[in-house]
Write a protein that binds this ligand. Structure first.
Ligand SMILES: Nc1nc2c(ncn2[C@@H]2O[C@H](COP(=O)(O)OP(=O)(O)OP(=O)(O)O)[C@@H](O)[C@H]2O)c(=O)[nH]1
Ligand SMILES: [Mg+2]
Length: 447
């Protein structure tokens, strides 16, 4: 897992929030301190840490809560948003005009991971149907030619290189022409990393860029540098306005949080991250998703949004009836319909981290089932709907006949009803004394 240390620390900070009885200023202060500690340990710049945590502190208690969102969820969202904000917020994919040659040049200081990253990108895009080719314009490092050639062969993409040519600009130009001839859409040019610091690197980058006119220049930065990565990124950002960044070696680096946040602070978009030595170890960088993953909660935000989208209303009447043991078939139908808006029931429970093992057939309840149930219910009397216990075998037969279904279908509906009732009762017992609905699902009475 990328940035495992930071993720664990942030996650355990949030766990305290889940475990707490009341959420007050004291608790938020503690949370903020935990987050500060976690970020500082990941080498995030102190000023940045302060900004992030001030944002959390301010919004956690001050903001009025959006409808249907609990304080806990709100705070998680604030922490999440704040982290995402400092990672650049929006995902910026590489733009590729299909059917045209798109020239992308890779730069970076010695050993940052340029060649490896080109190999990964070539495979990544080739797999996604973009005709990709690689060009070796590194005439400096021994073995650069064969390193890239081998990577190209692994993914079966066109390669251009010439070990006898010493001029990097010529190599890049010829490579470009060769790739255009072969109908390549994404041309990735590898350059040499003869530099140990930014100044020389930027000068060479500008020389080659002037000659080959790339559509985009990608700076490859070593994530193990921590916040130092920001120094390279900002020099790069000043030198070119067609630049984006790939941060490598985030696997196992304790300083990766520092690298990502420092680079994001320069406003140069991070497009990918390198997460291992293997050819598939690359991920498109999406700050929001990444922040969610760090917090170990990639699903909660989605869930909150879904709840809001579905506009699930608290059905207090149903909750009351249920508490009194008067859960009717109509109540069940209403619940199933509400849950359906949020996706499969099992998935919703899973997203909430609920340990309840749902009966298989409840969990897998599909649209078809719902429709059939509705048809069956249309053939029932009001008394039967209110109190399905009275539906014995002669009524089962009548209902089945009336609805054009089999007795088995009616029995299945009744079985489902019993299961749901039991489940909700069990759920109610385990949460007795708590007010409101299921955590995060205001619409499902928690009883
Ligand atoms: N763990 C890990 N190692 C990586 C990653 N990316 C690159 N490396 C390793 O970093 C080392 C240098 O990678 P290269 O791709 O050769 O770096 P380069 O920038 O092309 O190097 P020069 O051409 O010499 O400047 C290699 O050992 C790679 O396997 C990554 O995301 N994770
Ligand atoms: Mg290289």
């Amino acid at each position: 897992m990328v940035l495992e240390g930071l993720g664990k620390a942030l996650n355990s900070a949030l766990k305290k929030l889940f475990g707490a009885g009341v959420i007050d200023e004291e608790l938020v202060k503690e949370l903020v301190k935990d987050i500060q500690r976690a970020l500082l340990q990941a080498d995030v710049d102190v000023a940045l840490v302060m900004q992030i945590t001030e944002r959390v502190q301010k919004q956690a208690l001050d903001e009025s809560l959006p409808r249907g969102v609990s304080r806990r969820e709100h705070i998680i969202r604030v922490v999440w948003d704040s982290l995402a904000y400092f990672l650049g917020e929006k995902a910026v994919p590489l733009t590729i005009n299909p059917g045209k040659p798109n020239l992308v040049m890779m730069v970076g200081i010695q050993g940052s991971g340029k060649t490896t990253t080109i190999g990964k990108l070539a495979r990544y895009y080739q797999k996604r149907g973009v005709k990709t080719g690689v060009v070796c314009a590194d005439n400096f490092r021994l073995g650069a030619f064969s390193q890239l050639k081998q990577l190209a062969e692994k993914s079966n993409v066109p390669f251009y290189g010439d070990e006898t040519e010493k001029n990097a600009v010529k190599l890049a130009k010829r490579g470009y022409e060769e790739m255009v001839k072969r109908g390549v859409e994404l041309i990735l040019v590898d350059t040499s990393g003869r530099h140990r610091e930014e100044t020389g690197l930027i000068k060479e980058m500008q020389d080659i860029a002037k000659a080959i006119n790339p559509q985009e220049i990608i700076l490859v930065v070593d994530g193990t540098l921590g916040q130092q990565a920001g120094v390279q990124a900002s020099a790069f950002k000043r030198a070119t306005d067609i630049g984006s960044i790939i941060v490598t070696k985030l696997d196992g680096s304790a300083k990766g949080g520092g690298a990502l946040s420092a680079v994001a602070a320069t406003q140069a978009p991070i497009k990918f991250i390198g997460v291992g030595e293997g050819i598939d170890a690359i991920e498109p960088f999406n700050p929001t998703k990444f922040a969610g993953r760090l917090l170990g909660m990639s699903d909660i935000k989605g869930l909150i949004e879904k709840v809001k989208e579905a506009q699930v209303e608290v059905d207090e009447d149903a909750a009351m009836r249920l508490m009194k043991g008067q859960f009717s078939l109509n109540d069940m139908m209403a619940q199933l319909k509400q849950l359906k808006k949020m996706g499969p029931l099992g998935k919703v429970m899973e997203m909430l981290g609920l340990k309840y093992k749902l009966p298989e057939d409840v969990a897998e309840l599909q649209e078809e089932n719902l429709k059939r149930f509705e048809v069956i219910m249309n053939s029932m009397t009001k008394d039967e709907l209110d109190d399905p216990k009275i539906i014995k075998s002669s009524r089962v037969r009548r209902v089945a006949m009336g609805s054009g279904t089999q007795a088995g279908d009616v029995k299945e509906l009744l079985k489902q009803y019993e299961q749901m009732k039991k489940m909700l009762k069990a759920f109610g017992k385990s949460r007795r004394g708590r007010r409101g609905g299921l955590p995060g699902i205001p619409g499902l009475p928690g009883v």
